[in-house]
Design a protein around this ligand. Sequence first.
Ligand SMILES: [Zn+2]
Ligand SMILES: [Zn+2]
Length: 254
Amino acid sequence: MRLTVLGSGSCVPSLKRGASGILLQASGQNILIDMGLGTLHKLLQLGITYSDVDLVGFTHVHPDHISELVPFLFASKYGEKKRDRDLTVLGGKGFLSFFESLSKTFQNWLEPENFQLEVRELTDSSMVIGDMEIRTNSVKHSEESVAYRICQGDKTVVISGDTGYCIEIVEFSRGADLLVLECSSPNSHKFDTHLNPALAGSIATESGCRRLLLTHFNPVCDEVDIGSEARENFEGELILAEDLMAVGVEAKLR
Ligand SMILES: [Zn+2]
Ligand SMILES: [Zn+2]
């Protein structure tokens, strides 16, 4: 399993960082977790386009995580190369009605023509795609917010989406080979529904994860030493996300 950060930023426009987007590749499948501003452009830089994605899982419906769903579906229908690969789109609680109102707003422009589109709510449950299992768990951000846990064989990656510190993300992350946590602000900022490096470090330590990838940085994070701040609570391997950074998901020796 290989993970590529498409956007390591937040809702604040940045020349350095796109909004949230993560690509997971395994067994010939391209899985996206979130599609914030810049995701489609970054995918093109990897040689991947709208017709090559098999599944998109949304952590929640804030615009910095979902804004390129509309251009993605529009291109799938009207692009030079019409999409013919089936697509699954996942979201948390209420996603079906969100998707319905989006479709209504854009009239029939997003309706698939040459492929099957399956839109599902996946809250605190699981599904299988190819040889991977995808599970979600509610986290502390907005009502519909979920984290994703994706397992292939003995390799596991957990992606928090936006969340505050909560026992749910600690439990859900347990034993993951790679834990991807949001880190919106430095330690001088504290929010109930977002993480800073110290809180993210605590979650990684408490869940027993040895590899931690921090992402979802507001521009202020580039003005401080986020790594040292995370080290207050975490001693394992720490990776600070950059756009287009690729990380292998390797199973631990157990
Ligand atoms: Zn966000
Ligand atoms: Zn959010």
